[in-house]
Design a protein around this ligand. Sequence first.
Ligand SMILES: [Zn+2]
Length: 234
Amino acid sequence: MLENLQYNIRESARARNVTLKVNRSDGLVVVVPRHFDQDLVPEILVSRRAWIDQQLERFDARPGKFDVDWPPKCIDLRSVGERVDVVYGSHARPSVKLKQDGRDLLLTLPSGVCNEHIVTVLTRWLKESARRKLVPIAESLSLAYGFEYARVVIRAQKTRWGSYSSRGTLSLNYKLLFLPEPLATHVILHELVHSVHMDHSDKFWEALEVVDPAARLHDQQLLEAWKYLPAWLD
Ligand SMILES: [Zn+2]
C-alpha cells in the first residue's frame, strides 16, 4: 500500500497530534510531536491514504516515474561505491541490449521502445549487480560477526529491504544498492541478527547494537530511504 508513497517526517515541539501536510515543494510532510513513536507513521498513512492521494493529485506534488531523471544518465549504486554512466545507442533489432563496459552501461534501443521495457532491462541488470555485490557483503559480515545462514537470495520486495526466514534464508532487496553504505550494512546486519533472535525484542536490539552501534539511528533513517531510489524504479 505504501511502497510508492514518498514522505518526510518533521518533529514539532508544538504539535500535540500527528498532522499531515501536502505542498508542492515538500510533497507529503508528516508533522509529529516530539518523542512520538515514528514506527506508527506508516499505519497512520495507510488510514489516511484516500485523503493523501487526493491532496497529492491536487498539488501534483508526486512526479510521475518518468518525469525526472529519465532516461537516466548515470546510476549511482551508493552502497557498493559504484557509479555507472548510461550510454545510449540504437539498432534496428526489436530487443533492448545491455552491456556493461567498465564504468559505462551501454544500452542499445530499438526505435519506438517503450519506457517500461527499458526499466525491465535495467532492473534485471540491477538484480544481477546485487547478486554480485551484496551477496559477498552478506558473507563477509556473517563471517566477521559469527552469524550463520543457509543461503542468501536477492529479491524485489515491495515493502521491505530484507528478511530472514526460520529456514535460514537471508533475503535482500536489490534496491539496497541505492542506499548509503551504512544503511545497507544496517539492513543486512538486522536480518543476520534474526538468525539468533527471530523477534524485535530488547535482546535483538542489544545484539544488533553490538555490531551496529548506530542501529537505532539507522533504523530511523530507513524511514526516509525511499529518497535514494530513482523515480523510474517503480
Ligand atoms: Zn526484523
